[in-house]
Ligand binder design. Structure first.
Ligand SMILES: [Zn+2]
Length: 296
């Protein structure tokens, strides 16, 4: 659930708040390109409200927290696209890329915001990149498709999410229970993803890998979706010991800590564990790290 916090640019600041009424027909996605620590949504909202030295403005700034800061009414123009048409027809969202933030969560929050806006303004027909208006390489990380492809991003914005409007998430850390890379079992009693959509039955009662952790939620690698921690049970990893003999499963693909593929000839042979990591082991004979999942 996301929550909008209104912290508007003063009306007197006509340099960045022209006050012109618009009918939003699209949403434009930006990234701040500001990787500084604490350059989060709140910081960007304050920058706008206190008088941005650049003649630039945008409606929303989103980071990895459920609080989304709104700087302008959605029916007012903002100077964000580099074009007259974009500024006078499109709602601008800046996604934060501060290095102490979780960009993946920022993207997921942005998807929720978009779904909320699309439900609120039926005149919104498209979600576009800043690049569409002025060919700027923005949103840079999203455009690079390292976290999520633009196609997948758009596909998620076509889902309906119920009541995205106003609810704070109670914070209760359970992170220690579900380390990254560990396995969890999604229970049959789970009903909805943490983002509100229904979980199809075929995804329940199965085991998944934890990709990211949030407050009371986990991003599952295989589903690429957030689930509530109350809906999963942690699975214990097999305990491996130094000196233990193991085999690399034939299903193994790549080494851990490397992008290299494990050659077929190395699989199904007996090796010795030299060192044990959190999710992988160092194989003495190969001098390579192999995922615990890939050995037996
Ligand atoms: Zn931009």
């Amino acid at each position: 659930m996301i929550r909008f916090i209104k912290h508007y640019i003063p009306k007197t600041n006509t340099r960045t708040r022209p006050g012109a009424k618009i009918t939003p027909s699209s949403i434009t996605i930006h990234e701040t390109d500001n990787t500084q620590v604490r350059a989060n949504a709140r910081a960007h909202a304050l920058l706008q409200a206190n008088g941005n030295p650049r003649q630039a403005s945008w409606h929303l700034q989103v980071d990895d927290e459920p609080e989304v800061y709104q700087s302008l009414p959605f029916t007012e123009a903002a100077y964000h696209s580099g074009t007259y048409k974009g500024n006078y027809s499109s709602i601008a969202i800046e996604m934060c890329v501060n290095q102490d933030g979780n960009y993946q969560q920022t993207v997921l929050n942005t998807i929720q915001v978009i779904n909320f806006l699309k439900a609120k303004y039926p005149t919104i027909l498209r979600v576009i990149q800043h690049h569409h208006w002025s060919r700027k390489n923005c949103p840079r990380i999203l455009r690079s498709a390292t976290v999520m492809s633009w196609t997948d991003f758009l596909a998620q914005t076509n889902k309906k999410t119920p009541s995205t409007s106003a609810k704070a998430i109670p914070y209760q850390s359970t992170n220690h229970l579900f380390p990254k890379g560990s396995h969890v079992h999604l229970t049959a009693s789970a009903t909805r993803y943490a983002t509100g959509e229904k979980i199809p039955n075929r995804y329940k009662n199965k085991t998944y890998t934890v990709l990211q952790r949030g407050s009371n939620r986990l991003l599952l690698k295989e589903l690429y979706s957030w689930v509530h921690t109350k809906d999963v049970v942690a699975l214990k990893q097999a305990a491996f010991k130094v000196g233990q003999k193991v085999r690399i499963k034939s299903s193994a693909k790549k080494y851990a800590r490397s992008t290299k593929t494990i050659p077929k000839a190395y699989k199904n042979k007996s090796y010795t564990i030299q060192q044990v990591g959190q999710n992988d082991v160092l194989i003495k004979e190969l001098y390579s790290w192999v995922k615990k999942d890939d050995i037996q």
